[in-house]
Design a protein around this ligand. Structure first.
Ligand SMILES: CC(=O)N[C@H]1[C@@H](OP(=O)(O)OP(=O)(O)OC[C@H]2O[C@@H](n3ccc(=O)[nH]c3=O)[C@H](O)[C@@H]2O)O[C@H](CO)[C@@H](O)[C@@H]1O
Ligand SMILES: C=C(OP(=O)(O)O)C(=O)O
Length: 430
């Protein structure tokens, strides 16, 4: 298994191109199941999760062509992928594939909408909590699907097709909103989703579905109104920039000091997180080509934060913020309200000398003067990158094991960081 070796203590300077968002690319790729025509997606990041989903879609019968180089240099802007699902040859999404990635479960809605039946394994994904799918099933049932669970598979049937409905989610769920939104685009009549997730990735999918012919109103709000169509058309769509990658590099610059422009980043998609980062003493400016982040001297001020659905502080940046706060001058508090078990990084950060106390959903972080490099283990995607940030800001050598977690969601991480002066390299296994 590959490892990543970091020698810390170097400020980051230069520019980093921000890739297309993993969490938008995945549902956009799935949207290809909704049409017999060609869906062209630009700026698709070259990530393990994307490649796994591509395998799942191929298994359903989606024909796929990729333009551009893979893997490209760190400056490339992502691949263009053409997907055509002329015939769906298999409506089963098998355990071996779906158990490895959360978003693969989102094929359920589109498959039952188009094929009137689907059999999809219960999902996996980062081990950050129990992660039930009751809201997905509630939404699809409201659209007319009959749902059974058998031998670890969800079996959805809608012999007469799906129909529009009013769905009021009792809790905000990104995945359930995606699943129902995708299905509603091929359902008969109007669907209204209330208490929908407002994440920019949902908006990106809604925009693409509008290009494909389904009218979606309320993009960016918690009420989505979708006029379904019997048939959707092909479209060309560019995946929006990854706000979590943006926030991650911003936290890395804050932790090491330096001055980096995050090329292509959109400030508006990350307002809360960047405001919190600014309150730690880091400067953030909208630049012509993206977002500039800099901290030249001065300490890191402590902060108190709760994770929340968008537009609140994202849970996907919680671990990275914690890595930064380990060196704050004072005590910070982070409350994780989205996932009940998203603190796997705490024990690994402690190996580097961090002082973090955990009580239920709350972490209290007392800043230390320095972190010292150590061998650590990546446990999930964002936890892993928090160890990269801590390693870059610490003294000496940090070696991160199990980096396949990082490859799920960060495109060319070492190349992007070393181009800004970081001492970071991948040690290939065997
Ligand atoms: C591929 C992708 O985009 N993953 C993101 C997505 O995950 P995911 O879509 O899994 O996250 P959700 O928004 O659905 O989960 C939010 C909360 O709702 C709960 N819940 C969810 C569904 C359900 O049917 N029942 C239920 O109780 C979950 O356990 C969790 O406590 O949104 C999360 C929250 O922003 C992010 O951390 C993940 O990076
Ligand atoms: C938790 C994440 O991914 P997944 O939902 O696929 O586990 C993530 O992207 O941070």
């Amino acid at each position: 298994m590959d490892r990543i070796k970091i020698v810390g203590g170097k400020p980051l300077r230069g520019s980093i191109p921000i890739s297309g968002a993993k969490n938008a690319a995945l549902p956009l790729l799935i949207a290809s199941l909704l049409t017999e025509d060609r869906l062209t997606l630009k700026n698709v990041p070259n990530l393990a999760d994307v490649n796994l989903l591509v395998r799942i879609l191929r298994n359903h019968g989606v024909d796929l062509a990729v333009d551009g180089k893979r893997p490209g240099p760190a400056t490339h802007l992502g691949d263009t992928i053409h997907l055509t699902a002329r015939d769906i040859v298999d409506t089963t999404a098998p355990y071996e594939m779906v158990s490895r990635m959360r978003a693969s479960f989102w094929v359920l809605g589109p498959l039952v909408a188009r094929m009137r039946e689907a059999r999809v394994s219960l999902p996996g994904g980062c081990a950050i909590g129990t992660r039930p799918v009751d809201l997905h099933l509630m939404g699809l049932k409201a659209l007319g699907a009959e749902i059974d669970i058998d031998a670890g598979y969800v079996i959805a049937r809608a012999p007469k097709g799906l129909h529009g409905a009013r769905i009021v989610f009792p809790k905000v769920s990104v995945g359930a909103t995606h699943n129902v939104l995708l299905a509603a685009a091929l359902a008969k009549g109007e669907t209204v989703i209330e208490n929908a997730a407002r994440e920019p990735e949902i908006g990106d999918v809604a925009l693409c579905l509008s290009k494909m012919g389904a009218k979606v109103e309320g993009i960016g709000t918690s009420v989505l109104r979708i006029q379904g169509r019997d048939r959707l058309e092909g479209a060309v769509h560019t995946v929006l920039p990854d706000r979590i990658e943006t926030g991650t590099f911003a936290m890395a610059v804050a932790a090491t000091g330096g001055d980096v422009t995050l090329e292509g980043a959109r400030l508006g998609d990350l307002k809360t997180a960047l405001e919190i980062l600014a309150s730690t003493g880091t400067s953030i400016q909208e630049a012509e080509t993206g977002v500039r982040v800099y901290r030249n001297g001065g300490g890191i001020a402590p902060v108190s934060v709760e994770t929340e659905p968008f537009p609140g502080f994202p849970t996907d940046l919680q671990a990275q913020l914690m890595a930064l706060l380990t060196r704050a001058s004072g005590t910070s508090v982070i409350r994780e309200t989205i996932f009940e078990n998203r603190f796997m990084h705490v024990q690994e950060l402690a190996r580097l000398g961090a002082d973090i106390q955990l009580h239920g959903d709350t972490a209290t972080i007392t800043g230390v003067k320095t972190l010292k490099g150590a061998p650590v283990m990546a446990t999930d995607l964002r936890a892993s990158v928090s160890l990269v940030i801590a390693g870059l800001a610490g003294e000496g050598e940090t070696v991160i094991n199990r980096v396949y977690h990082l490859d799920r969601g960060f495109e060319q991480l070492e190349r992007k960081l070393s181009a800004c002066g970081a001492d970071i390299e991948r040690i290939a296994s065997g």
